[in-house]
Design a binder for this molecule. Structure first.
Ligand SMILES: *Cc1c(COP(=O)(O)O)cnc(C)c1O
Length: 222
């Protein structure tokens, strides 16, 4: 199968309301163009430098999502290029995105990254910590970011019970926020979870954005 047919195949399986983020990191611009020509408009990149090189080479109606760990010294570079920063893993980063977005004269949509996986290396807020942050009022004064939902990654494992438990935890946390402190925030509606190997499980647990790389573009060459 080629890129176009893989995209078509995945999209045919996604329920209405679930969007596909084509994760194009480490793949050349030609591969992204092939996806674009197949109708794909949402792309995910994880490195500031690579994003900066790719964006000017591709059509302007692409919706770019930043999905990697964002270093504070790269925020200024990334903010003007993206529609959504999915990987906000600290309040410090969130505040910096807010001030850089103000400086750039725009508003950036963000997802707060939840740490539910067993791997320590994955970043994000612990669920309890996120509930604390959200109810502390710390998100209220931000003027140039819109918190539109949560993002998470499951543990890299074949054990479906582990993955299922983690996605369920994300959904629970989202629901708690949605019914509680985020109730008045109509924009708070997205759950980004599910990758090439676990997106079907993620969708069952309420994912609205699946981030799929390998299953579209093939293996990455690092
Ligand atoms: C690379 C990456 C993906 C895509 O992973 P695949 O297994 O290639 O589908 C999704 N989310 C994040 C945060 C990533 O870094």
């Amino acid at each position: 199968m080629n890129i176009a047919s893989r995209i078509k195949d995945i999209k045919a399986q996604l329920p209405t309301g679930v969007r596909l983020v084509a994760v194009s990191k480490f793949h050349p611009v030609e591969a992204l163009r092939e996806a674009y020509d197949a109708g794909q408009r949402v792309f995910g990149e994880s490195r500031a430098q690579e994003l900066s090189v790719k964006v000017p080479q591709l059509p302007q109606d692409i919706e770019w999502h930043f999905i990697g760990h964002l270093q504070t010294n790269k925020v200024r570079q990334v903010v003007p290029l993206v529609n959504v920063i999915e990987s906000v893993d600290s309040l410090k980063l969130l505040r910096l995105i807010d001030s850089e977005a103000a400086r750039a004269g725009r508003t950036v949509d963000v997802l707060l990254q939840l740490h539910v996986a067993q791997e320590e290396a994955k970043s994000g807020f612990a669920p309890a910590e996120l509930l604390d942050v959200a109810s502390s009022g710390e998100l209220d004064g931000l003027t140039h970011v819109r918190v539109i939902g949560l993002m998470a990654m499951a543990t890299f494992t074949d054990d479906e019970t582990v993955i299922t438990g983690e996605f369920a935890q994300v959904k629970d946390t989202f629901d708690t926020l949605k019914k509680g402190v985020m109730a008045a925030n109509a924009h708070f509606a997205e759950i980004s979870m599910g990758m090439s190997d676990d997106w079907a499980i993620a969708v069952k647990y309420g994912s609205t954005l699946v981030r799929i790389g390998t299953a579209i573009f093939g293996a990455r060459e690092y």
